[in-house]
Design a protein. Structure first.
Length: 712
């Protein structure tokens, strides 16, 4: 009997694979093109022969071209029955005619709220929305800051029966005091039956648990603890038995994929707090940096794989896992592919998590970590495919195109540099692949006709410096406390001198732009890539304000912070000085090119079809320097017309590339960089390719337009 049951199950599995293959991928109703998130379009009207005739057919200014509201925009729009739903830089949800770009409606969460709890003065990033329908009930599930909204897809009005007057406060239901939490689902929710599932960008004090909510009522239906509770599997991987009560992050911020037939949700997670020092969270720390397979109906764990143990490099899983089918020993096998910041590609059998290429557990350097740290002696490395970005830099890999190469060499030699998992130090550790990959939030695209995976990668080295955090007791003046707190909570992004670091702004003149009230508001809600700081007490916020806003009178007041518990803070604590890139004086990467790439990898053999530099600095090309590639964010898409479409680079280009040989066939200039993933769809027999052009977070031109291309 049992045997028959098994073979019946095997039959069902086979059948569902076939179902999968029959799918033609001609719509773009889901973020990433399909629940599999493979960013593939079965449309072939635009092909390798006629792509040079592509023309811009419409432009939609999602903020009315208002210069105060332009900015980064990462939304991959969805298209349902000829209507395109997308999100503007300031998180206005809009519906437009997908053939003409004419607006139908827009919904601004900032001014349409009646519920004071949702006051949204500032908002985080948004990569897209999700659509659900049942008869005439058509909904967009849309998140802005800590609120999930259900918006009527036809009228653009909130659906009152959902949550409280149309919105759900996501700070509730996480098992901690909502007042101390800050979260913002930056990637869209995944819909499965009548559930929508999310995690999100969170503050250091907020756990990134994955949750499902009822799509009609907004009621929470299940929660998967990414930091396990006592009695849950994985709890034993934390030496601190109270970790589940206070550790934050471990969040799935880069989005999901779904095996709809089997009802399995796939998620990747980031590392637990704090990003660079693990002395207060010893152990492997499940489910940090994991690929998770969850029962989409119940949230029960089916399998997991930890890609980095005890991560102290901020090597979050930064792209959604994708559902693919590959050939093994002549048979079709359903699988999940995971690209990582470290530039690796992991491939697992879909239902069991069994690796489909060998993964080796290799020793990594653990000597001389900072006090209190205990690094994992080994880390997993897939044998195939080989990494798609460099894993270590030697003197031979430094940038020789510049005048300051002697200085670069000197700086390089002063850093600790022992490959991808070099221990963080106070003296400086070279981080390559960098904090932004390898792969980033766009994730890879996969061609189901050939089983080739296309992934864009960054090759940027960064320098990590740890600094010891001094305990923050209630002694001294507010200014002294404010500086300590700044070092602990703000310096990582805004730099030791408050003049910014990497992609983060200077706040040296914040006193000229912020009243104390506006400053508190910003700290409590966060904005875009800045998390909220609700977990700071009033006294602590006041101390930070006295320092950052230069409040002279308050700076002299006595600080009344918390009193140390007996025996507390015997373990030191470390912060870091910021996201600092290893750059030349002119601002180019201090390592040799390529600085950004696009790779095509055959998932059946694990071998590379081709690899090209992606993006260019025109001034370097003009000097006769071969195309260098440059930083890029946002995914490629593949079409049945034999093309890879990708923008992503900061050079404001949109490119179409021959998928079989990597040749660039077409390039268009965008009004601002398309740091986003394109969508491919069809209306009345015409194929369109659309891309959001918000500009980059690196500075440069900003925008608000969605630009659509089609054949004349
Ligand atoms: C994870 C990185 C990060 C951390 C940590 C962080 N910030 Fe920010 N901060 C940002 C980013 C990004 C922006 C720009 C937001 C935007 O796009 O509008 C910003 C903006 C600001 C601004 C407004 C600047 C302006 O010109 O309008 C102030 C003030 C500020 N941060 C203060 C702080 C303080 C104080 C802390 C610590 C309590 C802090 N930040 C922690 C990333 C961070």
């Amino acid at each position: 009997m049992y045997k028959y049951l098994l073979s019946f199950l095997a039959y069902l599995l086979l059948f569902s694979c076939k179902e999968n293959q029959r799918q033609d991928y001609t719509t773009w109703r889901v973020y990433g093109g399909s629940p599999e998130n493979i960013k593939y379009s079965g449309l072939s009207q635009v092909d390798t022969n006629n792509v040079t005739q592509l023309r811009q057919v419409w432009t939609y200014h999602s903020e009315g071209n208002d210069s105060a509201r332009l900015g980064p925009m990462q939304s991959n729009p969805i298209i349902v029955d000829g209507i395109l739903f997308g999100v503007s830089p300031r998180l206005k949800l809009f519906a437009i005619d997908a053939a003409t770009g004419q607006e139908k409606w827009s919904f601004d969460p900032a001014d349409s709220l009646t519920n004071p709890r949702w006051t949204l003065k500032s908002v985080n990033m948004n990569r897209g929305v999700a659509y659900w329908e049942e008869g005439e009930d058509k909904r967009i599930i849309f998140t802005a800051g800590p609120v999930a909204y259900a918006v009527n897809a036809v009228t653009g009005k909130l659906i009152s029966g959902f949550g409280e007057q149309g919105g759900v406060d996501l700070k509730q239901g996480l098992g901690r005091d909502p007042k101390a939490l800050s979260l913002s689902p930056t990637s869209p929710v995944m819909i499965y039956k009548n559930l929508f599932i999310l995690s999100g960008l969170v503050s250091d004090a907020t756990p990134g648990h994955i949750r499902a909510f009822d799509i009609k009522t907004g009621k929470q239906q299940w929660i998967f603890h990414t930091i396990p509770y006592p009695g849950e599997p994985g709890y034993e991987t934390w030496e601190d038995t109270t970790a589940y009560r206070h550790i934050g992050s471990t969040n799935s911020w880069s989005g999901f994929s779904l095996d709809e037939q089997r009802g399995i949700l796939f998620a990747g997670t980031g590392n637990p707090t704090n990003d660079f020092y693990g002395g207060k969270r010893l152990g492997d720390g499940l489910y940090g940096n994991c690929v998770l397979a969850l029962d989409a109906l119940t949230g029960k764990l089916i399998w997991h794989y930890q890609t980095v143990k005890h991560d102290v490099w901020d090597m979050d899983i930064s792209s959604p896992p994708v559902c693919v089918t590959v050939t093994r020993d002549g048979k079709r096998v359903d699988a999940v592919a995971q690209t990582t910041k470290t530039g690796m590609v992991f491939l697992f059998e879909r239902t069991t998590g069994k690796p489909l290429f060998p993964i080796e557990e290799r020793p990594v350097p653990v000597n001389d970590p900072v006090p209190g740290e205990k690094l994992s002696p080994t880390q997993p490395f897939p044998v195939l495919p080989k990494p798609f970005v460099r894993q270590q830099i030697t003197e031979n890999d430094l940038n020789r195109l510049v005048a300051d190469s002697a200085e670069i060499r000197q700086r390089f030699l002063s850093l600790r540099n022992e490959g991808v998992f070099t221990p963080p130090t106070t003296g400086g550790t070279l981080i390559i692949p960098g904090y932004d990959g390898g792969a980033e939030w766009g994730g890879p695209a996969v061609d189901p006709a050939t089983d080739v995976l296309y992934v864009n990668g960054n090759e940027m080295a960064w320098i990590l410096n740890l600094v010891e955090n001094k305990p923050n007791y209630g002694t001294g003046t507010k200014l002294e406390a404010g500086i300590r707190l700044y070092h602990q909570h703000c310096m990582g992004c805004h730099g030791p001198q408050r003049n910014g670091s990497g992609d983060y702004p200077s706040i040296k003149d914040a006193k000229d732009h912020y009243t104390t009230a506006a400053f508190y508001e910003l700290l409590s809600t966060g904005r875009r890539m800045m998390p909220g700081f609700n977990h700071l007490s009033k006294e602590e916020m006041n101390a930070v304000a006295s320092y950052v806003l230069d409040l002279k009178a308050e700076q002299l007041q006595r600080y009344r912070g918390r009193i140390p518990e007996a025996g507390a803070d015997t373990i030191p604590s470390y912060g870091f000085t910021g996201y600092n890139k290893f750059l030349t004086r002119e601002g180019y990467p201090a390592i040799s090119p390529p600085w950004g790439t696009l790779s095509a990898i055959d998932l059946n053999s694990g071998e590379y079809l081709w690899k090209i530099p992606l993006g260019e600095f025109e001034e370097l090309t003009q000097k006769g320097i071969p195309i260098t590639g440059r930083e890029n964010y946002g995914a490629p898409v593949i079409t049945a017309g034999g093309l890879v479409f990708i923008a992503a680079t900061s050079d404001q280009k949109f490119r179409a590339i021959n998928k079989t040989n990597g040749r660039i066939l077409w390039e268009a200039d965008l009004p601002a960089s398309g740091v986003a993933t394109p969508s491919v769809y069809e209306v009345n027999g015409k194929q369109y390719i659309v891309i959001g052009c918000g500009g980059s977070k690196w500075g440069g031109k900003r925008g608000d337009s969605y630009v659509a291309f089609a054949l004349p």
